[in-house]
Design a protein around this ligand. Structure first.
Ligand code: AMP
Ligand code: MG
Length: 419
């Protein structure tokens, strides 16, 4: 296997000390490999997983030509330029077909989803007809073949509809079920181990000593990883101690596909975390031209990819969403573009920005009359986790950009999508 260092050094414009966010993303992407093992799961349990096989319909969906509306199935050729009176000869209900065949000037009452009666080619909606006993009066203006759904118009027998790498959302579960398929092959879940590093960290339940803070990063990470649907291995808080760090990294690398650590990768750190990463595997130490979240390590220990995130709680979330999320989704086997979409809206207020780094300000997207606008949450320090909680989006200010005036368009990335 190629060494990460070789792969990354080959990327044009790669500068570990002032790394453009796009180059950091490209570097990570160039090194990753997806998990290959698969398992077979019942359709419901496959939600959020990545398909590992072709889904080839053994049937047409729908299986028969059928009606798209409640009304009357007719022969279009019978309809004249004015009103036409037809004779109702029976009914076709969803699940209960009409067994006869329409002859000249006949019609059959139908409900939505009923198999099209033989001989009929058009459906006239119930609302426009006048019924008098078995006489049904059809007004002019009908179109040939209207309100008919054809066999196989959704899914065609023999034509693959989903393939390996497909992320399975509610729509795909329904689609697979519509083919009568009960189990599917998916990639196994990605295993992600993580731990926090730092002598100042206390775990919940312990009283805070002088200078200590509670470890919050493991909780945000737990939340973010849970939503990605990966298998989580929480290895706790690890002190700045070589033996303890080595044990934690070895344990993580033995089981996981990816290891995430927080803290210990900035310049002023005591020499524990970085030397250990370098000793046990390969590690690149980056200073990314971004705010928040400048320091970050990327590498590999054994078979596990390593993401050494900064310690500051906001920087953890930003680097996770900007680099780790996409990497983990690609490692899970997804083949679609997993990047978070950017939307353009007007800045409601001026925004401070320094050119030469990409900034991920915490923003509130809100409605101002009929128009969506965005403003910053206020205090933007990378230790102010409240700024994430108050926000519903990132305001992504591009590398080259300087100060933003009120009314200028800016890009935003939403924190939430369809639940
Ligand atoms: P570091 O990157 O280790 O220099 O940490 C930067 C800042 O983040 C320091 O103020 C740390 O106390 C804080 N920090 C580091 N890890 C955590 C954590 N797990 N939970 C909360 N704060 C943390
Ligand atoms: Mg630290």
């Amino acid at each position: 296997m190629n060494r990460i260092i070789q792969i990354v050094n080959a990327i044009e414009g790669y500068d570990p000390d002032a790394l453009h966010v796009d180059k950091a993303r490209a570097a990570i992407r160039a090194c990753l490999a997806p998990v290959t093992q698969t398992e077979r799961l019942p359709v419901r349990e496959a939600l959020g997983r990545v398909l590992a096989e072709d889904i080839v319909p053994a049937i047409d969906v729908p299986g028969h030509d059928n009606t798209a509306m409640d009304g009357y199935a007719v022969r279009f050729a019978d309809l004249g330029p004015g009103e036409t009176v037809l004779e109702e000869i029976g009914a076709a209900l969803a699940g209960k077909a009409f067994s006869g065949t329409l002859g000249r000037s006949q019609c059959v009452r139908v409900t939505t989803g009923a198999v099209m009666p033989a001989g009929a080619d058009t459906v006239v909606v119930q609302e426009v007809v006048t019924v008098n006993g078995t006489k049904v009066t059809i007004p002019p203006g009908q179109k040939a073949a209207q309100n008919v759904r054809y066999a196989g118009e959704d899914l065609k027998r023999g034509v693959p509809v989903l393939g390996p790498g497909q992320w399975l959302r509610p729509a795909e579960l329904g689609l697979i079920a519509s083919l009568g398929i009960g189990k599917v092959a998916v990639r196994r879940k990605l295993r992600v181990a993580f731990f926090s590093t730092g002598d100042e960290l206390a775990s919940i339940g312990a009283a805070l000593k002088q200078g200590e803070v509670y470890d919050s990063n493991r909780y945000t990470l737990h939340g973010m990883l849970s939503r990605l649907g990966v298998e989580i291995h929480d290895l706790g808080v690890v002190r700045d101690d070589s033996a303890l760090l080595e044990a934690a990294f070895r344990k993580a690398a033995a089981n996981a596909d990816a290891i995430i650590t927080t803290g210990g990768v900035s310049v002023g750190e005591a020499d524990f975390v970085k030397p250990m990463m370098a000793k046990l595997g390969e590690a690149l130490f980056w200073r990314i031209a971004m705010r928040p979240g400048r320091p970050m390590a990327f590498g590999r220990i054994g078979n596990a990819f390593l993401f050494g995130l900064p310690g500051n709680p906001v920087a953890v979330m930003v680097t996770f969403y900007q680099f780790v999320r996409e990497a983990l989704l690609a490692m899970s086997g997804r083949t679609d573009d997993c990047a978070l979409p950017m939307l353009k809206v007007a800045a409601a207020e001026p925004l401070r920005k320094v050119a030469g780094r990409t900034e991920y300000q915490r923003g509130i997207l809100f409605r101002d009359g009929g128009e969506w606008k965005v403003k910053a949450t206020g205090q933007q320090g990378s230790g102010v986790l409240r700024s994430m909680s108050e926000a519903n989006c990132y305001i992504v200010l591009e590398h080259e950009r300087g100060r933003v005036a009120a009314g200028e368009p800016v890009q935003v990335q939403l924190f939430e999508g369809l639940a």
